[in-house]
Design a protein around this ligand. Structure first.
Ligand code: SAM
Ligand code: SF4
Length: 324
């Protein structure tokens, strides 16, 4: 059984949020920090196991842990070990702000983590602090170096592009010249709680793309089943630049991911109007067939595309709820 929707998009990639909690205050996500909601009980290790067991049987072979800040969970290493025990999981990835990485990356790698995206919104300490609320740039840069050193196969940097704030391409190019790292600019997306930040700072990725092309960077061919990022390479640079441009034409045509939130809800789109509650079927391991039936029954409701151009942002207040 394969997960294919009405538009012939095939899904082998699951982004799994394991907490809403976060220790940063990124302006575009949680500008006032994380405030716990006592009704929100995050998936337990055994519920996460049941999600993974079901989705791997449906052909998923890449799982990314996200949040909130996923590494704040005390059982984070156990979660990695459990997921990597599934032979069909070929890629076990993490998106993180890096704050707990330095001390733990060695154990995480041993527990099966083989791909990591670290968020760095600026290489200027001042701007980094202004955007994230944390004076930790030096430490987070060390995290990138350390991840490469321990042998993580894919190390990427995520940078959310903000107009007149962190959009000086030169700073980033200098950094990746000697480092085999993909740096991906993510266009700022509007969410329910962050429309003011969006109006003030949104910058289309084309602004960066045209500079890259003018400087001789070349668009790389898309790999089969690769996601919506456009990747550019240049022979003078070890690193590459990726662009994730959700406002560009046909962005959703190459959508290859499904999302499960830390509350056990299946989201077919980051900006959808509804989510499918899976929680009652995650309690016991023997509910897999019912779970699959629910997933299949709802898969055809995955929308063809988001409606962000009409400022229709869906039910998610900010991306710490489902992990971006
Ligand atoms: N806390 C982790 C981190 O920051 O890497 C993982 C969760 S975070 C929600 C996942 C990704 O979404 C990060 O790269 C973050 O920069 C990005 N993100 C958050 N809000 C965004 C927004 N409004 N537009 C674009 N990207 C956003
Ligand atoms: Fe936290 Fe990540 Fe959101 Fe920043 S983007 S506030 S690190 S969840």
């Amino acid at each position: 059984m394969q997960l294919v929707d009405n538009y012939q998009r095939r899904f082998q990639y699951l982004r799994l949020s394991i907490t809403e909690q976060c220790n940063f205050q990124c302006q575009y996500c949680l500008p006032n920090g994380y405030h716990p909601n006592k009704d929100h009980k995050f998936l337990s290790l055994s519920e996460i196991n049941n999600v993974v067991a079901t989705f791997t049987e449906l052909g998923v072979h890449k799982i990314r842990l996200t949040g909130g800040e996923p590494t704040l969970r005390r059982d984070f290493t156990d979660i990695l070990s459990m997921i990597s025990s599934y032979p069909s999981v070929k890629e076990l990835a993490l998106t993180t702000n890096g704050s707990r990485l330095l001390k733990n990356i060695h154990h995480w790698h041993q527990a099966g983590l083989n791909a990591i995206n670290i968020s760095i919104d600026s290489f200027s300490p001042h701007l980094f602090k202004l955007i994230t609320g944390q004076d930790k740039l030096k430490e987070i840069i060390e995290c990138v170096e350390k991840s490469l050193e321990v042998g993580i196969k894919k190390v990427k940097i995520n940078t959310v592009l903000m107009k007149n704030m962190n959009d000086n391409l030169k700073d980033y190019l200098a950094w990746i010249k000697q480092r085999p790292v993909d740096l991906r600019f993510i266009e700022l997306m509007e969410t329910g709680e962050t429309n003011e930040v969006f109006n003030r700072y949104h910058l289309a990725g084309n602004a960066i793309e045209s500079q890259l092309i003018a400087q001789g960077w070349q668009l790389q061919p898309k790999m089969a089943l690769s996601g919506p990022a456009k990747v550019y390479a240049h022979s003078d640079y070890q690193g590459r630049i990726g662009l994730i441009m959700p406002y560009s034409k046909d962005f959703c045509k190459s959508c290859n991911r499904l999302r499960v939130s830390s509350l056990g809800k299946l989201h077919y789109c980051l900006f959808g109007d509804a989510a499918v509650d899976l929680r009652d079927l995650l309690v016991k391991a023997d509910q897999k067939e019912q779970l699959k039936a629910r997933i299949f029954a709802s898969l055809m409701s995955k929308p063809e595309k988001h409606l962000l151009h009409d400022h229709h942002v869906g039910i998610t207040p900010n991306l710490s709820y489902i992990g971006g």
